[in-house]
Design a protein around this ligand. Structure first.
Ligand SMILES: Cc1ncc(COP(=O)(O)O)c(C=O)c1O
Length: 446
């Protein structure tokens, strides 16, 4: 039996797919493209803000820009007064250029360049300091504004993380900040954890509140903590996901490729997005004492968060045109007009698992059995597979049909793209008001 992983029903996407606009765009743009639904971003942002309000917590959402290169999402942040998490000078420049104010930026990432530190300080951005030598560089900045910093904490629960300051370095950093009040404004602490465990986040957030109280004794401001990103996205329903993990075998993939469950993103999460934030706030750090929300309030500590993927849930998809289909040993190889660089999981020896949707040029005759096929890119590399899995298509795809990979805005669509083979980078098309009566309107993302 073929394993299927259909995404949760999305009536808006279905309407788009049946509207004919995707064929027009594929024709006009002459290659693969991504479409973006910024209204979904707005809804996700609003849900995170509501979770803060409902928990009675003062907080701020910073969109982690690394999750997608499009301008439209930072436009939305600027319009809605949301913050942006940037991790390079290029991202900082983009955010400012789209109207985000310097004071609404948090600058993360390791060993920031002198240019990034200088501009961040001049713009009044919050700098998450990752190491003692970086703090030294901040302390010697000679600009018109006092740099604002958070001290990033090395997570004890993830000892192999290369990020953050350990307990010893934190003590030294706090002392350095306390001794240089004119050179630095120490506003608090931060972390970012791998994975999606809500209790781990509540535990470390509790520790950061304690650190704030300790830092205040030294005369430091220490009135905010950032818990980073890592709010899961729930792509597929539980039953399909469990069946898939249970049954997947090398025979389900082209070239009998093997993947273990640990290779995959957890495509189903029972608690995801803003609900995951609510769960973090409702947990007692280390499973005891008051809820994190209460601890934040009592200590007068503001909660900052940096969701990337979760703000982009449902906010985009990637569209390829079928260039050819060949039959091989009981399954097919569908070749599309782009490469797996537009579906980044392959570059982590993993696979983007939600089923792509076949949008045929004409309604195919009803097939008795699904047609199983993997999906290959238009390059000369044997390893360029968008999907190694033999997907169960309702009918044999035909040249000119479209394949829509759903929900790719968070990290999948563009983080690894390159113009390999001189293929143009897939443009991004913003669909503004897709649920207005009549045809959806589109524009290119700038
Ligand atoms: C410091 C920091 N903040 C936020 C994020 C965003 O994480 P996510 O997209 O999982 O929410 C990342 C991701 O790597 C990060 O490193």
């Amino acid at each position: 039996m073929a394993l299927t992983l259909p995404v949760h029903p999305d009536p808006l996407a279905e309407r788009l797919h049946s509207s004919g606009i995707l064929f027009e765009l594929a024709h006009g743009l002459g290659g693969p493209f991504h479409y973006l639904l910024p209204e979904r971003f707005d809804a996700n942002l609003a849900a995170f803000r509501t979770a803060l309000t409902v928990a009675g917590v003062e907080g701020r959402v910073y969109y982690a820009k690394k999750a997608n290169k499009a301008g439209v999402f930072i436009d939305r942040c600027a319009d809605r007064g949301a913050g942006v998490d940037v991790a390079s000078l290029g991202e900082l420049r983009e955010a400012l250029g789209h109207g985000v104010r310097g004071k609404d930026l948090v600058v993360t990432g390791p060993a920031k360049t002198p240019a990034l530190l200088r501009v961040a300080a001049q713009q009044g951005a919050l700098i998450a300091v990752d190491a003692l030598d970086e703090l030294d560089r901040v302390l010697t900045l000679d600009g018109p504004r006092t740099p604002r910093v958070l001290l990033r904490v090395h997570p004890p629960a993830q000892p192999n993380s290369r990020f953050g300051l350990d307990a010893h370095d934190l003590d030294e950093a706090m002392r350095d900040c306390a001794q240089a009040p004119d050179q630095v404004r120490m506003e608090g602490f931060s972390f970012h954890l791998s994975g999606y465990d809500t209790q781990q986040r509540a535990d470390l957030a509790g520790d950061l509140i304690d650190l704030c109280l300790k830092a205040r004794v030294l005369g430091l401001q220490a009135d905010r903590i950032s818990i980073g990103g890592g709010f899961a996205v729930d792509y597929v329903p539980a039953a399909a996901w469990e069946t898939f993990l249970d049954r997947q075998r090398p025979g389900d993939y082209h070239a009998a490729k093997t993947f273990t469950a640990a290779d995959f993103y957890p495509y189903h999460s029972p608690v995801a997005g803003a609900d995951a934030l609510a769960a973090v706030l409702a947990s007692g750090p280390h499973g005891r004492g008051p809820r994190l929300a209460d601890r934040l309030r009592e200590a007068g500590v503001m909660l900052l968060l940096e969701p990337g993927r979760a703000l982009l849930d449902g906010a985009g998809a990637s569209v390829f045109t079928v260039q050819g289909v060949k039959d091989r040993d009981g399954y097919g190889i569908v070749t599309v007009d782009g490469t797996s660089l537009s579906l980044s999981e392959q570059w982590f020896n993993s696979e983007y698992l939600p089923d792509p949707r076949l949008v045929p040029t004409r309604t195919p005759p009803a097939a008795l059995d699904p047609y199983r096929a993997c999906v290959a890119g238009a390059s000369c590399l044997d390893s360029d597979l968008l999907t190694w899995r033999k997907i169960a298509f309702r009918a044999r795809p035909a040249t000119g049909d479209l394949l829509v990979y759903p929900n790719t805005a968070g990290y999948q669509m563009d983080s690894n793209e390159s113009p390999f083979h001189e293929l143009p980078l897939p443009p991004k098309v913003v669909i503004d008001h897709p649920d207005d009566a009549g045809r959806p309107r589109w524009r290119l993302d700038r």
